[in-house]
Design a protein around this ligand. Structure first.
Ligand code: NAD
Length: 251
C-alpha cells in the first residue's frame, strides 16, 4: 500500500489540533487519507488547521478535554457528523504552568493535571467506549506524554507528574482494551519547536539543543510521523509501548 494512504477511510480525532504538534499530526493523518476531526479549546487555531488540510471530509470542533461533558459532546457530535466512531485518536492537548516545587501553587498543579492527565483519561475512555459500543474491529489510541515524565525537569513538577501519569494510563488502557483489538501507545517527545516551547527562554532551548545527540531540537513533523506509524496497520503488533521522539536526548 502506498505509504501516504495508510489511513484511507479512517476517522481520526486529534485533540490539541489547533496548533503545534497537534496541527502537524492533523496534516500528516489527512495526507495518509484519514478524515480528521480537529478538536481544540482554541477555535481559531482549529479553524486555521482545517484550512491547511488537504481536501477531504474534515471538521474542526471546540472542546475542553478537562470536562467530561465537553468530551461526551465531542464524541456524540462526531458520531452524528461522520456516522461512525473515530478509529484513530491522538491526544495532543496539553498545557504547562511552570514553577519550581518550592513555589508551585495548588491551583497550577491542579490545572495542569486537569488538562494533561484527566483530559487524556476522559478522551481515551470516551473514544474507547464509542468503539466498543459500535462493535468496530479495532482502533489505535495514541497519547502524547513527554520524556520529562520519565526523567523530571526543573520547574515542571506538575507537568512531569502529569506526563508520567499519561504513560501509566496508556499502558493500563492497552492491557484492558487489547481484547477489543484496540491498541494504546504513548509518544514521548523531547524538546520540539512549538508555541509551547516558544515560552521557554532561548538560552534554555540552546542548552537542550546542544545536549541532543542528533544535534537539533525536534520539529512537530518529527512527532507527527511517529503518530502516523502508530495509527497505521504497520504498528499492528505494538501496544502499551512508549516511543521516545527525542533525537536521543536522555538516552
Ligand atoms: P501547543 O501549546 O502548541 O499545543 C497544545 C494545544 O492544546 C493548543 O492548541 C491548545 O489550545 C490545546 N489545548 C490546551 N488545553 C486544552 C483543553 N483543555 N482542551 C482542548 N485543547 C486544549 O503545544 P505542543 O508543543 O504542540 O504540545 C502538544 C502536546 O505535546 C502536549 O501534550 C505537550 O505536553 C506535548 N509535548 C510537547 C513537547 C514540546 O517540546 N513542544 C515536548 C513533550 C511533550
Amino acid at each position: 500500500m502506498a505509504a501516504h494512504l495508510r489511513l484511507r477511510g479512517a476517522l481520526a480525532l486529534v485533540t490539541g489540533g489547533g496548533g503545534g504538534i497537534g496541527r502537524a499530526v492533523c496534516r500528516r493523518l489527512a495526507r495518509e487519507g484519514a478524515s480528521v476531526a480537529i478538536a481544540d479549546r482554541d477555535e481559531a487555531g482549529a479553524a486555521e488547521t482545517l484550512r491547511s488540510l488537504p481536501p477531504g471530509d474534515h471538521e474542526a470542533v471546540r472542546v475542553d478535554v478537562g470536562r467530561a461533558e465537553s468530551v461526551a459532546e465531542l464524541v456524540d457530535r462526531l458520531q452524528a457528523r461522520f456516522s461512525r466512531p473515530a478509529t484513530v485518536c491522538v491526544s495532543c492537548a496539553g498545557i504547562t504552568m511552570d514553577e519550581f516545587l518550592l513555589k508551585q501553587s495548588e491551583a497550577a498543579f491542579d490545572a495542569v493535571l486537569r488538562v494533561n492527565l484527566k483530559g487524556t483519561f476522559l478522551v481515551t475512555q470516551a473514544v474507547a467506549r464509542a468503539l466498543v459500543e459500535s462493535g468496530a474491529s479495532g482502533g489505535s489510541i495514541i497519547n502524547v506524554g513527554s520524556v520529562v515524565g520519565k526523567v523530571g525537569n526543573l520547574g515542571q513538577v506538575n507537568y512531569a507528574a502529569s506526563k508520567a501519569g499519561v504513560e501509566a494510563l496508556s499502558k493500563t488502557a492497552a492491557k484492558e482494551l487489547a481484547r477489543y483489538g484496540i491498541r494504546c501507545n504513548t509518544v514521548l517527545p523531547g524538546f520540539i519547536r512549538s508555541p509551547m516551547t516558544d515560552k521557554v527562554p532561548a538560552k534554555v532551548l540552546d542548552k537542550f539543543a546542544a545536549m541532543v545527540p542528533l544535534g537539533r531540537l525536534g520539529e512537530p513533523e518529527d512527532v507527527a510521523d511517529v503518530c502516523a506509524f502508530l495509527a497505521s496497520e504497520e504498528s499492528r503488533y505494538i501496544t502499551g509501548a512508549s516511543l521516545e521522539v527525542t533525537g536521543g536526548l536522555f538516552i
